[in-house]
Design a protein around this ligand. Structure first.
Ligand code: PEP
Length: 271
């Protein structure tokens, strides 16, 4: 089944033509995970908003559900968008504890992280469930940030390419390759998340190039415009080098997104 109902686009704001070359606008997203309080969120957002004012890259914070209203209100008039960290694959119904994409849309969300490795490993989100969640997100008009990445064991067994391709192909099989025109992909090697151990720029670039090539087999234009973020212990000290790789279009930031100065410095590195 191919997804129908996601927003097609003729003019693509992610792209600008420069000297005949396609430039992808950089994208930095913070994943707050299960951190925050009304007071600390307010302080963090104040620091982020004042620090990133004037930057023209895309900047997003993905926050816990209960804080969506607070964050939406606080970010009004700023150049920072916001999103959620997960979503139900269902539109509505008897699914206790779940939150639908249209509910997120009502709160002003623009983005949803889908398939984060913590959801895959702790909550059983399979490739099929992740694809179904992305389909629900796209259908509502939100933008999924689809996370893919291998575990340490998989890297050591030299199956990184197979794992990442399988995760990406599950999305393509359900939603169609064209749906990636309205999506963001994040490559997050699981062994680098929250560990302080970062993929080298070369290791990350190799997988990013593989992802882009896989998408290009289905649609070269979509591949050229697709933003592929790196996630896994990105910090102010390594962000610039990672984001200067040809296929790394930004970052998905965990720990460093909770420290305003660090998140701002990473955004500035992507500018
Ligand atoms: C993440 O959780 O998506 C992540 C990249 O975390 P960290 O930056 O802390 O490694």
């Amino acid at each position: 089944m191919k997804l129908t109902g996601y927003r097609g686009s003729h003019y693509n704001p992610r792209l600008s033509e420069s000297m005949g070359q396609i430039m992808r606008k950089k994208f930095v997203a913070g994943n707050w995970k299960m951190h925050g309080s009304l007071k600390s969120n307010s302080e963090l957002l104040q620091g982020v908003c004042s620090g990133v004012a004037g930057l023209t890259i895309d900047i997003v914070v993905c926050v816990p559900y209960p804080y969506l209203a607070q964050v939406g209100e606080t970010l009004k008039g700023s150049n920072v968008a916001f999103g959620a960290q997960d979503v139900s694959e269902h539109a509505q119904g008897a699914y206790t504890g779940e939150v639908s994409a249209t509910m997120l849309l009502e709160f002003g969300c623009k983005y949803v992280i889908v398939g984060h490795s913590e959801r895959r490993s702790y909550y059983g989100d399979s490739d099929a469930i992740v694809a179904a969640k992305c389909a629900a997100v796209l259908k509502s008009g939100l933008v999924p940030i689809l996370c893919v990445g291998e575990t340490l064991d998989e890297r050591e067994r030299n199956v990184t390419a197979e794992v990442v391709t399988r995760q990406l192909d599950a999305f393509i099989a359900l939603c169609g390759v064209a749906a990636l025109a309205n999506s963001v992909v994040a490559y997050e090697p699981v062994w680098a998340i929250g560990t302080g151990r970062t993929a080298t720029p070369e290791q990350a670039q190799e997988v990013h190039a593989l992802i882009r090539a896989r998408v290009a087999r289905g649609n070269a234009e979509v591949a050229a415009g697709l933003r592929i973020l790196y996630g896994g212990s990105m910090k102010p000290g390594n962000a610039r080098e990672l984001m200067s790789q040809p296929d790394i279009d930004g970052g998905l930031i965990g720990g460093a997104a909770l420290v305003a100065a660090d998140f701002v410095a990473i955004c500035a590195a992507g500018q």
